[in-house]
Write a protein that binds this ligand. Structure first.
Ligand code: TPP
Length: 323
């Protein structure tokens, strides 16, 4: 099924929002206004937005440490994200999560710092959905480096054995932290591992939003129909370095340039212009609107109330916070 122009425009706006969120985060950090380091996903926007676009509100998303993109894709607003980043009482985790975003109302269980430990949690939520006879799908969004964690094996095995409604969405951005993927993998692709569990898989271009969205749509439909797990691997390139303090000396500049020529936002913009869905002026206006939304969210975040000392003792255990 090919994407409508209206859908393409909606996805384009979301990709702009993701980039603007990260650029603004980087700028505030450089200006010394915040101390919150970032793992940015610049260049990976078509993956983050394409994997979340086909999800329903009731579907469950496990995101990554590089993840403002998928959280925006699942419905978090810049305002909620900045309230949380700045540790404010009105944030979705009441300021206790900051970079470790979670949002119960959007079915985002939250980031686990020990990467890969949530492989089994995603299988657990998919099992719960199946036992409750819902048609909810869990999407486990994960980097290729994290797929080398030991938990991947039993998780995929059980998901396949029990035909659980889970999609493993692997973002292959060429890097595993501070080194190239090829330093960790004897193969070019991660996806064929799925065949060992009888899980169907696809490897797709991660730069084209229509491709990422439609591949995810097929995988989610498969899981929702009760046919069990599906794995999609999206090939992209991390234009940002691993984290904001990483000079990235290990990155091959020529390769980076080649990928930059296929920037996902530029590709989508080109399609929209060619199809006369937007004009260059309308695009400028849209970008200004998006930046204004992010700037407004940052302003509101700074102005919002901090938690009190008493608030620190809330949410620790189910009763009133007594240690
Ligand atoms: C269990 C564990 N080991 C190591 C780390 C440190 N670490 C943080 S990000 C990262 C790289 C993960 O690579 P990948 O999954 O490909 O994601 P990418 O950073 O490329 O987006 C590592 C090793 C961690 N958080 N958890």
């Amino acid at each position: 099924m090919s994407l409508s122009n209206a859908k393409l425009l909606e996805l384009y706006r979301k990709m702009l929002l993701v980039r603007s969120m990260e650029e603004t985060h980087g700028k505030l950090l450089q200006e010394g206004k915040i101390q919150l380091m970032g793992h940015f996903g610049t260049g990976q926007e078509a993956v983050a937005i394409g994997v979340t676009g086909p999800l329903r509100p009731e579907d469950i998303l496990f995101g990554t440490h590089r993840g403002v993109g998928e959280f925006i894709g699942k419905g978090m607003t810049p305002k909620d994200i900045w309230l949380e980043y700045l540790g404010k009482k009105a944030g979705p985790c009441r300021g206790k999560g900051t970079l470790h975003l979670a949002d119960r109302k959007l079915n985002i269980p939250g980031l686990v710092s020990s990467l890969g430990a949530d492989f089994s949690m995603a299988v657990g939520t998919a099992l719960a959905s199946k036992m409750r006879r819902t048609d909810q799908v869990t999407l486990y969004y994960v980097g290729e480096g994290t797929c080398n964690q030991a938990d991947a094996h039993p998780s995929m095995c059980m998901a396949a054995l029990w035909k659980l409604p889970v999609v493993f969405a692997v973002c292959t951005n060429q890097f595993c932290e501070l080194s190239y993927m090829c330093d960790h993998y004897p193969t070019d692709d991660v996806a064929p591992r799925a065949a060992g569990y009888g899980i169907p898989y696809e490897v797709v271009d991660g730069q084209d939003i229509a491709v990422t969205y439609e591949a995810t749509e097929r995988a989610v439909a498969h899981a929702r129909r009760g046919q069990g797990p599906f794995l999609v691997e999206y090939k992209t390139f991390r234009m940002a370095t691993h984290f904001t303090g990483d000079p990235g000396h290990y990155v091959n500049p020529e390769e980076r340039e080649q990928w930059a020529a296929r920037d996902p936002i530029d590709l989508c913009r080109k399609k929209l212009l060619e199809a006369a869905v937007i004009t260059a002026d309308a695009d400028q206006k849209l970008r200004a609107e998006v930046q204004a939304e992010v700037d407004g969210a940052v302003r509101e975040g700074f102005a919002a109330a901090d938690p009190t000392v008493e608030d620190l003792f809330e949410d620790l255990y189910s009763g009133k916070g007594v240690l």
